[in-house]
Design a protein around this ligand. Structure first.
Ligand code: ZN
Length: 230
């Protein structure tokens, strides 16, 4: 039975770069992909653009990325740099999780150099709670979220440890084609995004004996394993 995988990023580009290889693998497996960008990342405006024009362009690029995976892109209207963990943001995201009946959620790690990323982590954590809890009354039924894990993002490095490792070798070419739809992948003057995430997938892959891998972290409490005997 096909699943619905929702990836949540603070800015357009975050989820596509860090979760995109796994999303591509699920897309190839027949699963439904939904990418939610909590802001459009419009304040990384290149020279010669207005913030409004760059916002519209990023929304268009996110839609093209999702389309290549046969999925959907949702870019919310909170201004870039002004993302805060409010109940309104949490419920808006929780309602999307319920609307799409998400089975799994991928999102930011808790620590980051970027305040919007840390806010996105807390917003998503609480949205998962509100989306899953049957006794929390909302117009839509609860979402069947079974898995949630945090992406490996270069800005979210403090205390991040890879825990889940996925072989994404077969999906890598689809991701690489799709990620080129995003302006920052190859054109950002501040960071070589495509080069970094491609190299990271090779490094992670080498550790598990495949060409490309992508990793996710989890909270210490989720690492508990119940065993009866050795
Ligand atoms: Zn970001």
């Amino acid at each position: 039975m096909s699943k619905t995988i929702m990836a949540v990023g603070a800015h357009t580009g975050d989820a596509q770069l860090t979760c995109g290889m796994l999303l591509a693998k699920h897309a190839m497996n027949g699963d439904k992909i939904v990418i939610v960008d909590l802001t459009a990342g419009e304040r990384g405006t290149p020279a010669g653009w207005t913030v409004n024009d760059f916002r519209a362009y990023n929304v268009e690029c996110a839609a093209k990325f999702a389309k290549k995976l046969g999925g959907e892109s949702i870019v919310l209207d909170t201004p870039d740099g002004e993302l805060y963990d409010t109940k309104e943001e949490e419920l808006r995201l929780a309602d999307l999780m319920r609307q799409y009946q998400a089975d799994a959620v991928l999102y930011h790690w808790k620590n980051s150099l970027h305040k919007d990323h840390e806010a996105a982590h807390r917003i998503t954590d609480n949205a998962i709670f509100y989306a899953s809890l049957p006794t929390f009354e909302r117009p839509l039924p609860p979402a069947p979220i079974k898995r949630f894990m945090c992406a490996e993002n270069w800005e979210d490095e403090p205390d991040f440890t890879p825990y889940y490792w996925f072989d994404v070798t077969e999906a890598f070419p689809l991701w690489k084609e799709a990620i080129k739809e995003l302006w920052l992948a190859e054109h950002s003057p501040s960071f070589k995004y495509l080069r970094y995430y491609e190299a990271l997938s090779i490094v992670r892959g080498a550790r598990i004996g495949v060409d490309h891998a992508t990793c996710f972290g989890t909270s210490p409490t989720a690492k508990r394993q119940k065993l009866d005997l050795l």
